[in-house]
Design a protein around this ligand. Structure first.
Ligand code: ADP
Length: 256
């Protein structure tokens, strides 16, 4: 009888725990939904005023009557606003790719996406004498997915490779299909990433504390976006890097 009483007590306690845990999970989920909603609303609301601030600053900058002091103030405000606008844009993309399944995936030609996005990113590279070499197949590479999301993979990897590579460096972007697997590789001979940082670079807002990295501006959201888009397409991403000699990011996606 004693044992039965103890077992019953245990069972009741477990049921109580279960209910408490269930409530806690529910509350956490509500909090997570609220956070997602808040981030989306705030970034969306910030976008319009920021666009007009940047527009008016451009107008002011063209005013020949500006004193030196005012001009340097306008330039500083402009740099700040552009940076803010970038954070807002990336937060919106992060939100869009944060959860849930892809809506209406389509057959997308990844060769064309890689070619276009690499071209768009070669401007900053040329200004700093960095060569960006494309090694792409002549034929389309079909992926089942969302084109506008897949573009973020290429844009973030290539712009990082250029940003974190000193003047005169090299970036090589390769796309190939190996046994039903599409492999996109973005390799640079830039500043590299320490083993300690490699464990964190895909986290939201993570930026290396290495002075070579911090003197380049960024939000720490680019690779978090890449990771989410890759996950949503059922792919994977790997990073190989040596501090001081360069980094190679490799994305694997299923061929459609
Ligand atoms: P950020 O906006 O800071 O560039 P990311 O999420 O794109 O944010 O990258 C996170 C961090 O990873 C960067 O701050 C940088 O320290 C490191 N990193 C990313 N790509 C490279 C690269 N190609 N070479 C060296 N470091 C890189």
């Amino acid at each position: 009888a004693l044992d039965i009483g103890r077992d019953l007590g245990l069972a009741l306690a477990t049921a109580g725990n279960f209910e408490r845990e269930h409530r806690l999970v529910q509350e956490l989920q509500e909090l997570a939904d609220y956070k997602t909603h808040l981030v989306a609303t705030v970034s969306h609301e910030l976008r319009t005023p920021l666009t007009s601030i940047i527009g008016f600053l451009e107008l002011l900058e063209g005013d020949p009557g500006l004193s030196d002091l005012s001009r340097s103030a306008v330039e500083a405000i402009q740099r700040g606003s552009v940076r803010l606008a970038r954070v807002v844009e990336e937060l919106l993309v992060l939100h869009r790719t944060a959860s849930g399944e892809l809506e209406a995936p389509r057959q997308v030609d990844f060769t064309a996406i890689v070619a276009d996005i690499v071209d768009l990113n070669t401007g900053p590279a040329e200004r700093r004498s960095i060569s960006v070499v494309r090694e792409l197949p002549d034929e389309p590479t079909w992926v089942l997915g969302a084109a506008h999301e897949l573009e973020h993979i290429v844009a973030n990897l290539v712009s990082n490779a250029v940003k974190y590579t000193p003047d005169g460096g090299h970036v090589v972007v390769t796309l190939e299909t190996l046994d039903q697997e599409i492999v996109l590789t973005c390799a640079d001979d830039g500043i590299g990433i320490s083993a300690a940082d490699q464990a964190h670079v895909f986290e939201d807002f993570y930026r290396s504390a290495d002075p070579a990295a911090t003197h380049r501006s960024g939000t720490g959201l680019g690779l978090a976006i890449v990771q989410r888009v890759v996950d949503r397409h059922g792919g994977s991403i790997e990073l190989e890097s040596t501090l001081g000699s360069g980094s190679t990011f490799r994305v694997r996606l299923r061929a459609a």
